[in-house]
Design a protein around this ligand. Structure first.
Ligand SMILES: [Zn+2]
Length: 365
């Protein structure tokens, strides 16, 4: 995901053609993200047994690793994403090589899904803040996706790319995705227009998987899904809808998460349901309550690193204890409750993705 450094990250997701292979102790590796789709033998390259252009996450035989916080990684490179009008998306326009480096870093850490740095790529904000034409703004989104595709193509194993789409709050640029209160004041038409423009631009990149991320309320998700369904070709695409939550049972917009899942899992366009940019210790109780009402739809989880965010000060409270280790301990439990993809959001770095990867690789299924 690609929030910003100070802001949470977001993610988009994807689908694959074939899944990746994780080299194991002997010289045979078993597909990490897919049902025995690929077998890799040391020194002989990869043997593809079955190709699929898209894939149902429920077919995964092992957990799959997602990436971490794109904005955080850019900050680690010395880029001040908070100083920019488009947060981390300014880097996608001005320094795409930096985004490529971020994607590559997560892939090297073990990620087999990466998300495009498009969360903050609002066409409207690009036009207003940088005087770009609509066409140029759409091209900028395509360029950001191309960086993710390039990093995936250059990897030594199969990596899948998902297209990140942020909530309406990115137009407001005030961190209000952590409350969702704008849904009480912004005209529905404006929210629809935002999603229509962003989704059309993202769909033009040709990815198979897309992710609506950091959604605070069910009503916004339903508007987005209605727009998604109205667009050409979306019935052939995979989409996950990911919510941010403020505690062990409630979204940031005060909806009971299990009720959100019960409702949204009935929607045919939803291929998976996510929780992102949420404190790590809340992921297990949220999933435990929601899994029985998810109609078998798989989950995707990518919490932040656990420090609470102060929306007024635009900063995290680093004095709070780090709860990320709890999430790592919960991975086996979460896998049993139909979580299929595991990653991180804001402040989750390469080293954390490496830890997730090692746990996932050692997991006895
Ligand atoms: Zn985040």
């Amino acid at each position: 995901m690609s929030h910003t450094g100070t802001f949470p990250d977001n993610v988009g997701f994807f689908s694959f053609s074939i899944c990746s292979v994780q080299q194991q102790a002997m010289n045979v590796g078993v597909s990490q993200c897919g049902p025995s789709i690929m077998i890799e033998t040391e020194g002989t390259g990869s043997v593809v047994h079955n190709l699929k252009s898209t894939m149902d996450l429920n077919q995964l035989e092992r957990p799959c690793v997602l990436d971490g916080g794109h904005g955080t990684a850019l900050e680690q490179m010395g880029i001040d994403v908070n100083a920019n009008a488009l947060w981390s998306f300014d880097t996608a326009i001005d320094n795409p090589a930096a985004c490529f480096t971020v994607h590559k870093g997560f892939i090297d850490a073990g990620a087999r899904f990466i998300m495009s740095n498009t969360y903050h790529g609002s066409i409207e904000v690009m036009m207003k803040s940088r005087g770009m034409s609509e066409e140029a703004a759409i091209k900028a989104i395509a360029q950001a996706v191309d960086m993710a595709k390039k990093a995936a193509e250059e990897a030594s194993h199969k990596v899948h790319v998902a297209g990140s789409i942020g909530p309406y709050a990115i137009v407001l640029r005030d961190g209000s995705e952590y409350s969702g209160t704008y849904m009480d004041t912004v005209p529905r038409k404006a929210v629809e227009q935002y999603y229509k423009a962003q989704m059309k631009a993202m769909l033009s990149t040709g990815l198979d998987w897309y992710a609506l991320e950091t959604i605070p309320r069910l009503d916004e998700a339903m508007v987005a899904l209605e727009v998604w369904n109205s667009l050409d070709g979306t019935n052939e695409k995979k989409l996950w809808v990911s919510f941010s939550c403020k505690d062990h049972e409630t979204t940031n917009g005060n909806d009971p998460f299990h009720k959100v899942v019960e409702h949204i899992s009935a929607h045919s366009a939803v291929s998976a349901i996510g929780i992102n940019c949420t404190s790590p210790q809340y992921i297990a109780p949220l999933i435990q309550a929601a899994a029985p009402v998810a109609r078998g739809k798989p989950f995707v989880v990518y919490p932040n690193h656990g420090e609470p965010y102060d929306a007024l000060k635009h900063q995290f409270n680093y004095s709070q204890d780090d709860t990320f280790p709890q999430y790592l301990k919960d991975i086996p439990f979460l896998w049993k409750h139909n979580v299929r993809l595991f990653g991180g959001c804001c402040r989750v770095k390469n080293e954390h993705i490496e830890r997730i990867t090692s746990i996932v690789n050692a997991l006895e299924i």
